[in-house]
Ligand binder design. Structure first.
Ligand SMILES: Nc1ncnc2c1ncn2[C@@H]1O[C@H](COP(=O)(O)OP(=O)(O)OP(=O)(O)O)[C@@H](O)[C@H]1O
Ligand SMILES: [Mg+2]
Length: 327
């Protein structure tokens, strides 16, 4: 893990199955970089249900970047979805209104906006949009930005979206241009229409989205700037989720950084337990550790033991971070 972090990759994303320790791992890495290495670090959480506030035992909510009290060089943001969804809703309403105005149809756009903005894919698109915001707006202010991604499906779709988004935008921009130039050909005052095209709000909006997308896509696919790291625990289910993630990330040309194995039972503890319950659990984990070794091998960045207590508060996070960095 130390070697990996010394490569100075700016954007590190943590993904994995639900409850495996993504938040504590992302926070542990962020704390280490900020406190021990002295790098200005931002920890960004994309969980719909936020946990940074309870992890750091202080108010980090509100969707704004806040300085983390008690940890030098560390800032955190719990990215809020509602405002993004609202912003998106307004943007889509505008786009639809403009499009309908052009086609000269008189349709009530409310139901259309509802359909477009109440499905889960829309929320994920909004989250992706916000992630782009963090990269573009906050990226330049920090040495490192550490992302705590939401559970499995979301993270995968966000990765997938990063490719689809650009293709879709490009097609939409092309269509819009074609429609407008058709109008120009038919128009009596061609110069006036040409000026209209230049300032077409839909085209400008789409172009702006596309430009932001391209910038972020370049960052996301640059191995010198970005890595995706997956957290797993020694269970078959969690391992296969990570396996799928790695394949997917590679298919989308997103740089893969490695795997963190969390919540591994310490051997001494297993042997001390007279009932044999812990020993049985331990043996099961060790069988799964063999699968981890054969599947991920040199990609394992750290093996973190199960601590006796939940990771809550800065002090316990420091203990966890030490295990994570040196494990
Ligand atoms: N090595 C560990 N030892 C002890 N407790 C741990 C360890 N790793 C994580 N935990 C605890 O396990 C719980 C889940 O961890 P965390 O919240 O980081 O998981 P997550 O993957 O972010 O979950 P979610 O998918 O819900 O966001 C937390 O209560 C955390 O404190
Ligand atoms: Mg979490």
């Amino acid at each position: 893990m130390k070697t990996f972090l010394s490569q100075k990759v700016k954007y590190i994303f943590f993904g994995g199955k639900g409850g495996v320790g993504k938040t504590v791992t992302a926070a542990g890495v962020a704390l280490y970089l900020a406190e021990n290495i002295g790098e200005k670090t931002l920890l960004a959480s994309f969980n719909p249900v936020h946990s940074l506030s309870s992890l750091f035992q202080q108010n980090l909510s509100g969707g704004v970047v806040r300085e983390v009290a008690g940890v030098r060089n560390l800032w955190a943001v719990e990215v809020q979805y509602e405002d993004v969804v609202e912003k998106y809703r307004a943007r889509i309403t505008n786009l639809l209104r403009e499009l309908l105005k052009m086609s000269e149809l008189s349709i009530d756009i409310k139901p259309l906006v509802e359909i477009a903005t109440t499905n889960p894919a829309f929320h994920e698109a909004a989250a992706f949009d916000k992630m782009m915001d963090v990269v573009l707006k906050e990226g330049p202010n920090f040495d490192r930005v550490i992302f705590d991604m939401a559970a499995v499906a979301n993270a995968v779709r966000l990765i997938g979206l990063s490719k689809l988004y650009g293709a879709w935008l490009q097609r939409t921009i092309k269509l819009r241009r074609e429609t407008l130039s058709l109008k120009e050909q038919l128009a009596f005052r061609k110069d006036k229409v040409a000026r209209e095209i230049e300032s077409d709000p839909v085209l400008l909006e789409l172009q702006d989205l596309y430009n932001r997308y391209m910038k972020v896509r370049n960052v996301l696919t640059d191995p010198a700037a970005t890595r995706f790291v997956f957290v797993t625990i020694p269970t078959i289910l969690s391992i296969s989720v990570v396996q799928r993630f790695i394949e997917m990330v590679r298919a989308y040309d997103i740089p893969f950084g490695g795997v963190v194995v969390n919540m591994v039972l310490p051997r001494e503890e297993a042997e001390r337990d007279a009932t044999g319950f812990m020993k049985s659990k331990y043996d099961e984990q060790m069988r799964n550790m063999e699968i981890i070794q054969s599947n991920f091998g040199q990609h394992v960045l750290s093996i973190v033991k199960q601590l006796p207590e939940e990771v809550v508060g800065v002090e316990r996070l420091r203990v966890f971070a030490r295990e994570l960095i040196h494990g």
